[in-house]
Write a protein that binds this ligand. Structure first.
Ligand SMILES: Cc1cc2nc3c(=O)[nH]c(=O)nc-3n(C[C@H](O)[C@H](O)[C@H](O)COP(=O)(O)O)c2cc1C
Length: 373
């Protein structure tokens, strides 16, 4: 009947392993392969976790978790040692009663049924178990480490923001607007006016016991050219795989993405030019990647999230014990829109993949600074 393996690890040199369940004791990550000599404190990790944690506002789930990081290994005297870095947060505010009640009635749109089939009913179904958005706390911890590594060694900056929510699309914004506005509104949109409308759309859906989806845009600045490999290890391929590890992601696009279908070659190529004696590109329709390898322009991608599956409206399902059709209304605490909390998760996964590829390309040394007594 096949094995019971789960794909819990990602990366070749900078390799993360995710662990924990939504209503188990904890959620965390082990990162192996982080170079020695990176200055790191729990504050570096906590700042990112606070952006993802539940209970931030009325447009996110009401689950109350402080999500204080415990940095258990791999750091000594304020620097990484080159040994595995284990980080976790404890689960405290778990209410599994609803999940016991409707264990046999899988939620439409969620992974309850497919997980049950795959693991013969042995999976921890409480709160969605391994399929919960909560496991992305581990991704964010690994991402915080990768972000620090990329910033300190290559000055790479990874920024994401809510581009679209429930059909409300933000206008084009500058990098400065993304930097200064994204954290100052509930939905993490770089345009304050669009942010208001996005929050209204979420509130309206939530009031009807419903949910909405949206799009997160991510931009990695200062990526040096030459990161990525052909043929099966392309940067786009690896980024896509990592981004699809985020629950509720349904599409990933680079540069013009689907827009390439509507333009001619003359409108889609990025012309080469010289600036300060160095080759550069005049435009960035490719999203900073050609042949699976960075071309020195910002790496840009968009990630589409579906509406949160758990909703208050009655939905049709099947009682697995009686095999009779029935309806369920999901109670419990759920995000009426995943996008605001997913913004730091997208940044995290992009950072993890870029760090891994930069290490593979030899652009980051395995020991950052040697101690000379
Ligand atoms: C940050 C985050 C929070 C989420 N919160 C919820 C939630 O409150 N309720 C829910 O049903 N799904 C939530 N999800 C999505 C489900 O985990 C996801 O839809 C489910 O595992 C099925 O996977 P799939 O949509 O990728 O097929 C969340 C996802 C993320 C990334």
């Amino acid at each position: 009947m096949g094995g019971s393996r789960m794909g819990n690890s990602l990366g070749r040199i900078f390799r993360m392993t995710s662990f924990g369940e939504s209503h188990g004791r904890c959620v965390g990550v082990v990162v192996d392969g982080c170079p020695a000599g990176l200055s790191l404190t729990p504050v570096d990790i906590q700042g990112e976790l606070d952006r993802r944690k539940p209970g931030q506002s009325h447009v996110t789930t009401a689950r109350a978790e402080s999500d204080e990081v415990e940095l258990l290994s791999g750091v000594f005297n304020g620097y990484t040692t080159g040994a595995p870095v284990c980080m976790l947060v404890w689960n405290r505010d778990t209410d599994s009663s609803e999940y016991e009640e409707r264990r046999w009635t899988p939620r439409p749109g969620h992974a309850d049924w497919t997980a049950h089939v795959r693991y013969g009913g042995f999976n921890d179904y409480r709160g969605g178990g391994r399929f919960s958005g909560r496991i992305t706390a581990g991704y964010v911890m690994a991402g915080a480490l990768a972000k620090k590594l990329l910033k300190d060694t290559l000055d790479v900056e990874v920024l994401a923001h809510a581009k679209e929510i429930g059909g409300v699309r933000a206008p084009e914004t500058s990098i400065d607007e993304i930097r200064s506005n994204t954290e100052s509104n509930l939905v993490r949109c770089a345009d304050p006016e669009a942010a208001e409308r996005m929050a209204d759309v979420i509130r309206a859906a939530a009031a009807e016991g419903d949910s909405v989806g949206g799009v997160v845009e991510c931009i990695a600045l200062n990526c040096p050219p030459g990161v990525g490999d052909p043929v099966f290890d392309t940067l786009e391929g690896d980024l896509t795989k990592a981004l699809f590890a985020i629950p509720a992601v349904k599409a990933v696009e680079f540069g013009l993405g689907r827009g390439f279908s509507y333009v001619r070659g003359s409108e889609s190529n990025d012309a080469y030019t010289v600036e300060d004696g160095r080759l550069t590109l005049e435009t960035n329709r490719a999203g900073g990647i050609h042949g699976g390898i960075t071309n020195g322009m910002p790496v840009t991608c968009t990630v589409t999230f579906k509406p949160t599956p758990s909703i208050g409206k009655p939905q049709k399902t099947v009682d697995l014990k009686t095999m009779e059709e029935t309806t369920i209304e999901t109670k419990g605490r759920h995000d009426p829109c995943i996008v605001p909390r997913a913004v730091p998760v997208v940044e995290a996964m992009v950072s993890v993949v870029l760090a891994d590829h930069a290490l593979m390309a030899g652009l980051i040394p395995r020991v950052l600074e040697e101690i000379v007594e």
